[in-house]
Design a protein around this ligand. Structure first.
Ligand code: AMP
Length: 110
């Protein structure tokens, strides 16, 4: 079972900021900004491409939850992103949306 499936199954001590029947959210272990939250589907999909093909409604729900969490965190601006493929920095192959905020972000991204 992958690490995020274990988290979704409640096998780790991860504290959830949000959960419902389709998705859950928790803070990143290695935060890259003052707010760095991961929003994941409960079901396993290797990346956002698979998630989009198999469960498009869950994909859009991840963004709805991210925007609500950005509001709860009091972020004035934020960045939401998926890393897809190891060349783009994906290290956990269970689709997850990053929500980052609380500092300025450069463009183009590094
Ligand atoms: P990515 O590199 O886009 O695949 O993102 C994976 C993210 O998951 C990284 O930012 C890791 O710091 C984070 N991560 C890995 N394991 C855990 C965990 N057990 N709890 C919280 N975040 C984790």
């Amino acid at each position: 079972m992958c690490i995020f499936c274990k988290i979704a199954a409640g096998e780790l001590t991860t504290q959830f900021l949000y959960e419902d029947d389709r998705v859950l959210a928790f803070r990143d272990l290695d935060p890259q900004a003052p707010t760095h939250i991961l929003i994941i589907p409960r079901t396993h999909h290797a990346d956002v491409e698979e998630l989009a093909a198999r469960e498009p409604e869950t994909l859009s729900h991840l963004f709805v939850v991210a925007e609500e969490l950005a509001r709860v965190e009091g972020l004035t601006g934020h960045r939401t992103l998926f890393n897809t493929g190891s060349s783009a920095g994906q290290s956990v192959f269970h689709a997850h949306l990053h929500l980052l905020g609380g500092r300025p972000f450069a463009w183009p991204p590094g």
